[in-house]
Design a protein around this ligand. Sequence first.
Ligand code: 5AD
Ligand code: SF4
Length: 402
Amino acid sequence: MNEADSRDIAASFGRRGYTLTDDLKKADAVVVNTCTVRQRAEDKAISQIGRLRKWKLARPDGKLFIVGCAAQKLGGKDLKRRFPFVDEVTGARDIEYFEDALAAQLGPAPETGYPDSALFRSPQSSYVTIMRGCSHKCSYCIVPAVRGPAVFLPPEEILQDARLKLAAGAKEIVLLGQTVNAYRHGKTTFSELLKKVLGLPGLARLRFMSPHPLYFDESFTAVLAGNPKLARYLHLPVQSGSDRILKAMRRGYTRTQYLDLLAKLRAAVPELAVSTDFIVGYPGETEEDFADTLALIKEGRFSMAFCFKYSPRSDRPEMASHLDEPAMEARLEKLLAAVKKNSRLVLNERIGKIEEVLFETENYGRTSGNFGCRVKAGGAPGALSKALIEGADKNVLNGKVI
Ligand code: 5AD
Ligand code: SF4
């Protein structure tokens, strides 16, 4: 979400004639988009802001904006007291009003539309936010507190954003939100929204991130099965393989229910690739619970997983992990190794198959299942071509355009 917000913020600057730079010395404005999902992210954001003191001293005319979840959590007043050189603080809840904050500092935008495909997430792929916030209460998660309850954007607004990005050269759209498949606006459900976006001219592929296991229904399965433009890929966070821990996390499903859902979706779309998120070291996680998580990797046939060490986001003593840092690290390493091993197996299953590749360069693109794919020749940026998969190395497929 923060990455998508950053890109939209960059677009707001772009409409005022700004371009992106990695070189602080050249920057006329700096935006720090902060995250607080884990403590480390918040600490990094704070030290980054501290380091910008020097830039602001050298560039008193430069504008410094602090946005995002940590800004929301810590509060504008506190941040400005600690870092008086900051010009503007916009918390995650108010990010849709960033344009107003920018107008206050720099004046209104003379341009409309999407300024530059260089701001996409990849050369041909752009995020489109469809909801903000989250109405779940997962015990470990700070998102609902900093981003507020789920708010779904009107379908017309979403379609307009997608149209602008397609007009600017996007071939792929990634619909984004904390629980995207819970989408509902008036009579428009998630499945209906997917159909509307799938109907936009110029779209080669549609992705979404992240769904929640609780909100898939029959109509989604039908849309997935019936629309090859909808990526054969889900990033479906499971968090743990232990029922005891899932319950303590208030995830709302059991291990069996999660696996049954995957089985149902794969029965409709056998080539579906699935990746996930895991948290290790949740308070009370025993060796047995952790073993359940390890075993789930193979059962879920995950192509990839983001693995996180539990980071307490509340001061309540029962929310502290009983694991010390070395024990936490040991579990994380075991988990990462198991994920890597399984990814290899899942990748190798694609050898001999024909995959549709959306090319980013002449030699590299992504398959519908979100695997990277290299070809020697025949690719063209933005083109969707079929490739025969001949091999795999590390985490990338090798194919031949056919
Ligand atoms: N500690 C560790 N990981 C967390 N996540 C969310 N909150 C925490 C936390 N307190 C992870 C979850 C989520 C991903 C975006 O971040 O796995 O799916
Ligand atoms: Fe956090 Fe996702 Fe749970 Fe919402 S559904 S509380 S964003 S982990």
